[in-house]
Design a binder for this molecule. Sequence first.
Ligand code: NAP
Length: 683
Amino acid sequence: MDFLITYGSHTGQSESIAAQLKEKCMLLGMNPRVHVLEENEKTFFIENEPLAVIIVSSTGDGDPPENAARFLRRISRRTLADDFLKNVTYALLGLGDSNYSTYQGVPRKFDEQLTKLGAKKLIPTGEADDEIGLELVVEPWIEQLLKKLCELDHIPISRLEGLTISTPLVKKEKEKKSVAEKPKLPTVMSTEDDRADSSTDRILKLAPYTYPGEISLIRGNEALSSDEALRVPIAPLTYLVTSVTHEKFEPKSVNWQNGESMPGLQGKPMDATVVGTTLLTDFDVHKPKRELVIDLNAHWDQLSYSPGDAFYFLQPNPEAEVNFILERMGLLMMADQKCHVTVAGDAKKPNAAVPGYIPPISSLRYIFTHCLDIRRAPGRPVLRVFADATSDEGEKRRLLELCSSQGMAEFTAHIRQAAVSIVDVLAAFPGVRPAPERLIEQLPRLIPRPYSVSNCYERARGRIRFVYSEMKFGVADGRRYERLGLATEWLNALRVGDQIQVMMKEPARFRFPVPPATVEAGLKMPLLMIGPGTGVSTFISFLDLLLHEKIKIGSLPAVPRKLFFGCRNFEKDFIYKDLLESYVREGILDELIACESQPAKPVPGRHCYVQEALRQRADEVWDFIQLEESRIFICGDAKAMSKDTWECFAKIVAEKKGCSDAEAKAFLLELKKANRYIEDVWA
Ligand code: NAP
């Protein structure tokens, strides 16, 4: 059966699901075509597709991915007849992150428009949430879709069983015992670096971790571990081969990740020099905050950025973790030799190709350090590969449980929510010895991490400032070594004089002045900025630009400019206090409203969270919203702060307009559309 699978992808997730789906369909004997949504009216015409599977996500801003925007505009045209899509049957999968208030906004818009134009649904729409794990919805949705497709194509449903295997329950007691005993064994993660220039600082200690007696990464619940018919996906098709030569590899001989482009990043990697690192808070606060200043050297003349823009840091994986994986594969000794990655001559995977971000010739150390994400909790296909890579029957059984349909809840709890890394899993299953090509095929691409610029271009003179917060993850829940976030761990280790690489992030709508306004127009915009914690760093770039303009032209138009900041304790983590107060003295800000959530002693009248301060000034906030050209900017945490602030504004609007909560939110959505309520929130 010939049909269309089409996707709109910002980070590559929809694209990869589309490719996986195509692979499964082909194994069943179907022949789908896969095209990106922007190929509509070029390679395909949606109105002429009797059957279309659509996979689409929303960006954090609630916009469609760039490669889906034209399609959405096309099906939203008012001039289209009500039966424009009467011949189309579709199945829709939406991807999103419920941390964002715009969760599933784009897929729902797709659904609404497709139905409105007469298209019929093949199966109910799937809404997958990255916050709890996309696979929780994606996999059952694909299963349901494949069943329906088999029915339509008269393929016996029994063929679907070829995509899963049932594992018999052999040597159950022995198996359980074998896994339960093993993880207590290793206490040192990587004993000795085998390379000639080895040094003891590469040794990574692995905290002894005793799994609790109850259900854990290595021990399933009774029902799961006694299930005699686990439904386990067949192992992903292998299609790559690696071969290591005797020649030494020179890392400078390749472009970062083979020069492969990445959505959201623009230009090429730029060399930069670290010229400053400062701890901005007390060191013993819950999340210490640090400043990093880099010099962009000669690249400075070729680029410009606006306040609100961000740069990506091309952070490598930690050396000790890379060594651990290489050692486990038995390849540490040859990790620095040239390694060729090619497609296997007998590859059965349709359209098999070496991923574009893997250089055809590099070294295993290069690939595992710079190209593959080894920190992200492994997906079920990786566990499936691990299950085939151990000779220990007990380990195999447990790994299969974790990737079985029945083990979905345990996978979510002990892999996904526990945020275990590849190293944690390998340490928990010491018999697993994966082949490098299996990991290259299955591990996701290592994505650089973005940080907002915290000073303005005109005043930076090539020296750009960033601020970041440390996130610590302790030894617990199956994590076997303490760690900071991947980028922060690397940023913390940087010293003045170090050379690093950065890339520019594609500008988003969170910019000052708000596009297409000129700087001159921006000066006249009333601003209400809300940025607790490091969220304030972006606003410092706004204020730095205003200061620059004030110095240039003598004075600024008198419009309200207020900043709401929040921290736990004024004495310990009020970052940039002096600088922010100087903006008030300079008349750049007319008010700085600081909130303290965990003061040593409560101070009467002092607000705890920014929302409290906003609520107390409800009249002022409402007057502000009505000012011509006024802009509300919110920057910071997406999980709680941005949602609570949204609710807070909704309450203020409902009260002042005398309307319902839903009407108040519709009003705020209009402000959002008009770029007057603009968020830069990070999950
Ligand atoms: P933080 O130190 O964790 O928190 C700052 C303050 O916000 C604390 O007083 C905290 O109070 C309070 N807070 C907690 N929940 C809140 C809520 N629901 N509403 C209002 N205030 C709340 O902040 P952070 O670690 O700096 O986090 C800032 C966020 O900004 C991160 O998500 C980061 O990714 C993002 N961001 C960073 C950059 C950058 O370039 N580095 C740029 C843009 C955004 P309690 O802890 O006492 O509850």
